[in-house]
Design a protein around this ligand. Structure first.
Ligand code: COA
Length: 116
């Protein structure tokens, strides 16, 4: 939800985690004893905003698909804001049933509504 593809430093991550508002939930995907990725859900009145990231070592093995499926069980209405250049994330959300609802030339909005 930073809308930036840049790496986030450990200190920045820790600061965020310690001060995160109560409408944000963070989940970790484990592969054995290793953290493979995370899912972040931010509940707003309009929708639940989703973002996820998978460690490069575990990519293209279905980890993010599993995280998105879990999010779809938690929230009936999900919104993903994705950089138009982020092919992997666009593919992930399209495959999971999200539909493009618009873009501002830089960021595309993908929406999932359960039952539609
Ligand atoms: C986007 C990201 C989370 C995908 O994670 P992943 O675990 O590799 O995704 P999956 O293995 O579940 O693949 C999901 C789909 O996307 C496709 N995909 C994954 N990486 C891809 C790539 N680099 N190029 C094209 N398609 C790709 C897979 O083939 C799969 O398609 P399918 O459902 O038709 O089989 C991962 O690349 C990542 O962490 N990127 C950096 C962070 C990021 O951009 N997060 C999203 C912010 S909006």
């Amino acid at each position: 939800m930073t809308n930036s593809p840049d790496a986030i430093g450990y200190l920045q991550q820790l600061r965020f985690f310690l001060s995160k508002p109560s409408n944000i939930k963070l989940y970790i995907a484990w592969m054995g004893a290793k953290r493979a990725g995370y899912l972040l859900l931010r509940r707003e009145s309009t929708s639940c905003f989703i973002t996820e990231a998978v460690d490069e070592r575990f990519r293209e093995a279905g980890v993010a698909t599993g995280l998105v499926r879990f999010a779809q069980e938690c929230c009936a209405d999900l919104t993903a804001e994705i950089l138009l250049t982020n092919t992997a994330s666009i593919k992930l959300h399209q495959s999971a049933g999200f539909r493009l609802t618009g873009d501002d030339g830089r960021i595309a909005i993908y929406r999932f509504k359960r039952g539609q």
